[in-house]
Design a protein around this ligand. Structure first.
Ligand SMILES: [Cu+2]
Length: 182
């Protein structure tokens, strides 16, 4: 080992008398090797795949708007049992997600809305849809801010009436409605 280092040092010294410590550590051959020719590689910049989910042709399309006044434009949505639902949330406001974020969370039958919302409040890192409560969530859009939109595609649950809310802290008391499957 020592021998090898000495050789390298000796070679370095020969190659460049005024080499610095940093340079000495490099094998001369390496130091002199021209960096592989780097032609300006034109990277094919692929357009990012649209975040939008694929919406099946037979899906029932539902669009709900949320605004800066903390309101949904629909309080009730009806779909037929067995249908595939493409639920779109359009945030038609301007306020950013951190201050006026909205989502739509459809809750499973029997879910205590107040308890769910209380749990959601503490799940900022999960955009207020706590994974611990996953069993209570039939479907949920992403949390979005003003000007954004998100669509979630899901199979309608069994016939019944389900609550939907915005689970952003403080919103569910007014941002809520009924998702009715018949
Ligand atoms: Cu909201």
């Amino acid at each position: 080992m020592m021998k090898k280092i000495s050789v390298v040092l000796a070679l370095s010294a020969l190659a460049a008398c005024s080499s610095t410590n940093a340079q000495e550590k490099k094998a001369p051959a390496q130091a002199e090797k021209p960096t592989a020719a780097k032609p300006e590689v034109k990277k094919e910049v692929k357009a990012p795949t649209p975040a939008a989910v694929e919406i099946p042709a037979d899906a029932v399309k539902i669009v709900i708007e949320g605004n800066d006044a903390m309101q949904f434009n629909l309080k009730e949505v009806k779909v037929a049992a067995g249908s595939t639902v493409a639920l779109t949330l359009n945030h038609v406001g301007k306020i950013a997600k951190a201050a006026m974020g909205h989502n739509i969370v459809i809750l499973a039958a029997g879910t205590d809305v107040n308890k769910f919302a209380a749990s959601a409040m503490t799940a900022k890192d999960e955009d207020y849809v706590p994974s611990a409560q996953a069993a209570s969530v039939i479907a949920a859009t992403k949390l979005i801010g003003g000007g954004e939109s998100d669509t979630v595609v899901f199979k309608a649950p069994a016939a019944g009436t389900y609550d939907f809310i915005c689970s952003f802290p403080g919103h569910y008391a007014v941002m809520k409605g009924k998702f009715i499957v018949e």
